[in-house]
Write a protein that binds this ligand. Structure first.
Ligand code: NI
Length: 201
């Protein structure tokens, strides 16, 4: 099974690069991972200003998405899918931990994430995490996430951020279980997460 998982992870990382507001972004120009060894410790700050480490999310399975709040399309779509999956399998929002980790700490302050995480359709209880660039880089590296600032001279914002478009399902001990990407549907996600909730696998 390991080899298959490794292959799947590789393919995923090659295919799931997303460009927020950059339809011409080159796919596959970046690092791919040959391993499903995903996850690891990080220290970040949540939308309430509290320090959060990876272990703080232990005890429940977790859905984790890396993105940035200025993202016009890819991130909101992914977070709304997460919210729609939650509505099917965890309507009270207490069976899983839902995490959004910013890849744009320059603009995503804890304070600004406080409003962002409450956006319509996002999961109940979504936590928004940010930190220093170094702290964010540690988290990105642990989850093999790619992101890259891209200047946008013609836009009001100075830059956008190309980034991986992956929702990670981690188990209650922080071990990698599964990933979902742009083409994963809400019913598929809900079914897979539900199976994990029932079987731990
Ligand atoms: Ni995005």
């Amino acid at each position: 099974m390991k080899a298959m998982i490794n292959f799947a992870a590789s393919a995923l990382f090659a295919l799931s690069l997303a460009a927020c507001g950059q339809p011409t972004a080159k796919v596959g120009k970046t690092v791919t991972s040959g391993t499903a060894d995903i996850g690891g410790d990080y220290t970040l700050t949540n939308q309430d200003g509290d320090t959060v480490t990876q272990t703080a999310a232990f005890g429940k399975p977790q859905l984790i998405y890396f993105g940035f709040s200025y993202c016009p399309d890819i991130c909101p779509t992914a977070l709304q899918k997460m919210g729609a999956a939650q509505a099917r399998i965890d309507p009270a929002g207490d069976k899983l931990n839902y995490l959004f980790i910013s890849v744009d700490p320059e603009r995503d302050t804890a304070e600004s994430l406080k409003l962002y995480v409450t956006a319509n359709g996002f999961p109940e209880g979504l936590q928004g995490l940010t930190g220093t660039q170094e702290q964010v880089d540690v988290a990105k590296s642990a989850f093999k996430v790619y992101s890259q600032k891209v200047p946008t001279p013609d836009s009001a914002a100075d830059y956008t951020v190309d980034h991986s478009d992956i929702i990670y399902l981690m188990d209650k001990d922080g071990k990698f279980v599964e990933f979902f990407h742009g083409k994963s549907t809400v019913p598929e996600m809900a079914a897979r997460i539900n199976m994990h909730l029932k079987t731990g696998k």
